[in-house]
Design a protein around this ligand. Structure first.
Ligand code: UT7
Length: 332
């Protein structure tokens, strides 16, 4: 390592949940579906939904506070907050509200949008600031309230998503524990999964109109996205492992974006990883977008499954389309 450069350590995790639970049986009272269909096709049994008095900023702040406490740091130690989200409370960004809520007075804060890949892209972005010696302590949060944007009449999407937030603290250290990463985008497939702005004309004066629309609801070609995930995710993980000089059997835990249990099973099979090394919590949470990897990571850390020195492969994939992977070693 040369002067001015640092390694990256992952030293604390946190997560936060909203209270309201919507089970598959409850959903089947709303649309033509069943617990049997949802659980066998996706592995999801329930999801959490934010109520009227819960905000993304609040949830993200709770996750960040828990991660900072787990890292034995104080909010004033934090130099940078990256909030990966596609569902901000404010289109100008929500990270600054999180900064104020947790009292991280010295930190600069900004949002990063890369849908379900947001957390992976967030930690890679944070690592650049740490490796160049610019910042010491960075909080990366993945938080989404996709329930705000779901079409609750569309059974092909409304059964999938839930709300939540998770976070990690990354710190400068001598030995780099970010062992490898890969990130990709393919905008030509953007239409497969989107939450697009829909403009409406607003006449201002004769001959001049502005657009004054809104975002509508999530649309997804599930089969296309499924095909994309089961081919790209193993590929990006294999490349990441190759560049790190490691093999799949060196991984203690594989934490994929929790989109579908069948995707997790297919990726594990392709990597020849036993199922007991594959982290899955989607039965409880559904697909929480940018939050799914850090929530799963935090649950595995807090239950003592993840131990210092464990190697964890993470991979996010989704709208954009975007996908990426990172290989990290937990703890100092
Ligand atoms: O977070 C971003 C990344 N997202 C993903 O990775 C999602 C990837 N896609 C998937 O996970 C799956 O494609 C889904 C879970 C979305 C759908 O599962 P599938 O096995 O691909 O189902 P399908 O779309 O092929 O639909 C099979 C049948 C259809 O009926 P027909 O045409 O065979 O008569 C659907 O209309 O299942 C029907 N169907 C449902 N039935 C009961 C679709 N949704 C439902 C439902 N309940 N909720």
């Amino acid at each position: 390592m040369i002067k001015g450069e640092a390694g990256v350590a992952f030293i604390g995790s946190g997560s936060a949940q909203v209270e309201t639970v919507l089970s598959n049986d409850m959903l089947s009272q709303m649309v033509e579906t069943s617990d049997e269909w949802i659980s066998t096709r996706t592995g999801i049994r329930q999801r959490h939904l934010a109520s009227m008095n819960e905000s993304l900023a609040e949830l993200a702040a709770q996750a960040a506070q828990a991660a900072i406490a787990a890292a034995n740091l104080a909010p004033d130690d934090i130099d940078l907050i990256i909030l990966a989200t596609s569902t901000p409370d404010d289109l100008f960004g929500t990270a600054c509200q999180v900064q104020a809520a947790i009292g991280a007075n010295r930190a600069v804060a900004f949002d990063l949008t890369a849908a379900c890949s947001g957390f992976v892209f967030g930690i890679v972005t944070a690592a650049q600031f740490i490796r160049t010696g610019t910042y010491q302590n960075v909080v990366v949060i993945g938080a989404d309230l996709l329930s705000r944007w779901v079409d609750w009449q569309d059974r092909t999407t409304c059964v999938l998503f839930g709300d939540g937030a998770g976070a990690v603290v990354m710190q400068a250290c001598d030995r780099d524990r970010l062992l490898g990463f890969e990130m990709h985008s393919d905008g030509s497939m953007n239409g497969c999964l989107s939450l697009a702005y829909q403009p409406e004309s607003n006449a201002l004066i004769d001959g001049v109109a502005s657009q004054q629309g809104t975002f509508k609801t999530i649309t997804m070609n599930g089969r296309e996205v499924y095909r994309f995930a089961v081919s790209r995710v193993p590929e990006v993980l294999e490349k990441t492992l190759f560049h790190a000089g490691l093999a799949a059997e060196d991984i203690d835990w594989l934490i994929l974006h929790q989109a579908n249990q069948r995707i997790l099973d297919a990726v594990a099979k392709r990597l020849k990883l036993p199922n007991d090394r594959v982290v899955s919590n989607m039965a409880k949470h559904g697909n929480t977008s940018a939050a799914s990897i850090p929530i799963a990571l935090d649950e595995w850390v807090r239950t003592g499954n993840v131990k210092p020195g464990h190697k964890i492969a993470i991979s996010g994939f989704g709208a954009g389309l975007t996908w990426g992977a990172a290989l990290l070693e937990w703890g100092l």
